[in-house]
Design a protein around this ligand. Sequence first.
Ligand SMILES: NC(=O)c1ccc[n+]([C@@H]2O[C@H](COP(=O)([O-])OP(=O)(O)OC[C@H]3O[C@@H](n4cnc5c(N)ncnc54)[C@H](OP(=O)(O)O)[C@@H]3O)[C@@H](O)[C@H]2O)c1
Length: 403
Amino acid sequence: MAITLNNGFKMPVVGLGVWRMEGKDVRDLIINSIKLGYRHFDCAADYKNEAEVGEALSEAFKTGLVRREDLFITTKLWNSDHGHVLEACKDSLKKLQLEYLDLYLVHFPVAVKHTGVGQTGSPLDKDGVLDIDTTISLETTWHAMEDLVSKGLVRSIGISNYDIFLTRDCLAYSKVKPAVNQIETHPYFQRDCLVKFCQKHGICVTAHTPLGGAAANTEWFGTVSCLDDPVFKALAEKYKKTVAQIVLRWGIQRDTVVIPKTSKFERLKENFEVFDFELAKEDMDQIKAIDRKYRTNQPAKFWGIDLCQIHVVATLILIRLLASKLGADSGFKVHVEDEYEFDAPKMLKGNSETLDPVVVLIPSAPTNQFQWQSKHPSCLHYKTSLLWLCLARSCVLAPYSLE
Ligand SMILES: NC(=O)c1ccc[n+]([C@@H]2O[C@H](COP(=O)([O-])OP(=O)(O)OC[C@H]3O[C@@H](n4cnc5c(N)ncnc54)[C@H](OP(=O)(O)O)[C@@H]3O)[C@@H](O)[C@H]2O)c1
């Protein structure tokens, strides 16, 4: 079963994610998964196992297990290579032993100091905060991605971990539209606004962390796994399936592509056996109701900076600024159309009783008018242009103006 992307290429709806897959296990897992029917593999330069994946794929082709044209291979541009897109892509192709990629994604919407092609560094400054490169815009990175398509090195290009504002912005500046946005989404982090926004604009959503990261994210980030939720236990019983199968099936039925990772052979099989049943509407609705708006993958742990929190801060500052310009009694109303992280109406209610969530802040691109906010105490800590990027790229105040 496959989803047709906006450029006509087909992407299998279940793939195998290879993050945190030990190099020594990769060969057997890839070969076995191909035997089970997997045709889609989700890799990344930053997973530091492209060479092992390449070895396994090469063996699969040589032995006639599968043909290159029957596989869908994704890999991703790391943050430290935004200024070296062509070289980074060629480096990944070499390691994967491939002539072309089916999909190349911008792994995160942030460029950091270059650490050498394919070295995938996440350098921190002396304060322990990610050393962000403010000289490369996401638009520049995207145009370099587009060049890869014209060069025939990649069939499709896409984005990853882009919120609704950055996605909207990418649609505005792109000549080649992103085919995919790969984001964390699972029953505890459903992000319906973002998913629907992407789908409405022809961008296929791939759900990374489709099992909520399960034991791995509990271990790494101390998060709660949706696989233990009683709702799923009951549904598993009802459908005579495992909890993981119910969760993956839910992902497929909301038209997202799922890329669960496992290092266990029996689970490879389990995670692929999701095509012989269908969740009834009332069960889809029941799962919809258990959303906790809960991110389980927390790169902030390593980066000393929480990209999502910055955006919340930015949004709140912006709303306060608007409120002060327009006057609390002007009947000013705000609704921020976005995924949960902002849940601005709720936050506003908690923070200012004078604001009532109704009007839409439409994201777009003013830039310099927010410079003053760098002095805001909430932002000083980050002292990077990331906040400005968020604001510059994301907030247009229609029909209001700050002038
Ligand atoms: N674009 C991005 O920034 C980004 C971020 C994160 C992930 N990803 C991609 O998404 C893929 C999946 O994400 P993820 O690995 O973080 O999370 P995940 O697939 O949601 O969960 C993986 C965890 O679930 C366990 N698991 C797998 N199948 C299971 C089953 N049937 N029953 C119970 N537990 C099961 C795995 O353990 P075992 O291995 O022991 O089975 C592992 O602990 C990654 O491999 C990567 O390709 C992308």
